[in-house]
Ligand binder design. Sequence first.
Ligand SMILES: C[S@@+](CC[C@H](N)C(=O)[O-])C[C@H]1O[C@@H](n2cnc3c(N)ncnc32)[C@H](O)[C@@H]1O
Length: 336
Amino acid sequence: MEATIVQDKTKHYPVLLKDIISIITPQYGGTFIDCTFGQGGYTREILKNKGNKVIGIDRDSDSLKIAKKVEKEFPDRFIFKNLNFGKLGNLKLKNENVRGVLFDLGYSFTQIKDPKKGLSFNSSGSLDMRMGLNEFSAKETVNKLDGKSLVKIFKSFGDESDAKLIVKNILKERLLKEIDTSQLVRIIEKSKKRNSKKIHSATKVFQAIRIFVNKEISELIHGMIHAAKVLKKDGLLIVVTFNSLEDKIVKYFFRSLSEHKSVSRYQPKEMQEEILFKLNQKKPIVPSNRELKENYPSRSAKLRCLIKKENFHDFKTDILDKFSDLIEIENLGLNL
Ligand SMILES: C[S@@+](CC[C@H](N)C(=O)[O-])C[C@H]1O[C@@H](n2cnc3c(N)ncnc32)[C@H](O)[C@@H]1O
């Protein structure tokens, strides 16, 4: 019988770690890019193999402290960049043998529990939600953005059916006083026609604002495009998602690249129209019952993996057009 591990309820536990390591093991011996370094859970495990190098990326400068420790432990095989992964293309990776790029989306348990970040509706801290390297906060969004834009955000990024009513009440109340976390929760609770028994009434609106503040859709799309470019032949693109919107985007990108011919501009003519990627598995990998028991935050995780079949850099994709409506909504933040 396997013993149940008693988990420390304040720590972040890397999700689907065993599954990730078993997928990438055949690829060992090369460079891996951990685009969501966080607490370094994936990075440390990959670095256990002496043939591996890791480039860790995180937008949250709080990750720097952990990154410094990892750097000391694995000198010459680990570097950290405080960067948005949407800007992965800015890194000079031409000479790297990139065998895998990993994205473990969203935020860590440590971040959600940090009142300074103001990510949670239970937070005692200010309404903030900036994970790092942002242009504006949740407080500015809720208190300054026009009503029409707020409705679009709550509907498109949170699937909130009572968006109009909630926004009407936000507009009324913000005339009297700046809205902060507890006040926003109260407005949502008051506005909702029916409260779900399964999730807190503020869950959807808070998710929507977090996606908007951190431009999570544009980041994901640009991050995946760059990742698919920098991978070498047989390299793996691995994404773990935590909500249906993220998963829809990843599923579309992976399916379209693995089912349709792409044009690779730098290939010889006869290879220019080919299926250049393949799916590692059709259905996403989800946590086992054991992992669900031991790590509750893993409950909505879905892992998808794409394999690059040839060595090439540039390719065609319609993903930016496909989700242009969502990108446009994220750009409404430019008015703040
Ligand atoms: C779920 S945690 C990753 C945990 C990590 N796999 C581990 O084992 O410790 C997600 C991390 O990604 C970072 N992140 C989210 N969006 C990002 C982006 N666009 N660019 C860079 N880092 C990002 C967050 O700051 C957070 O630290």
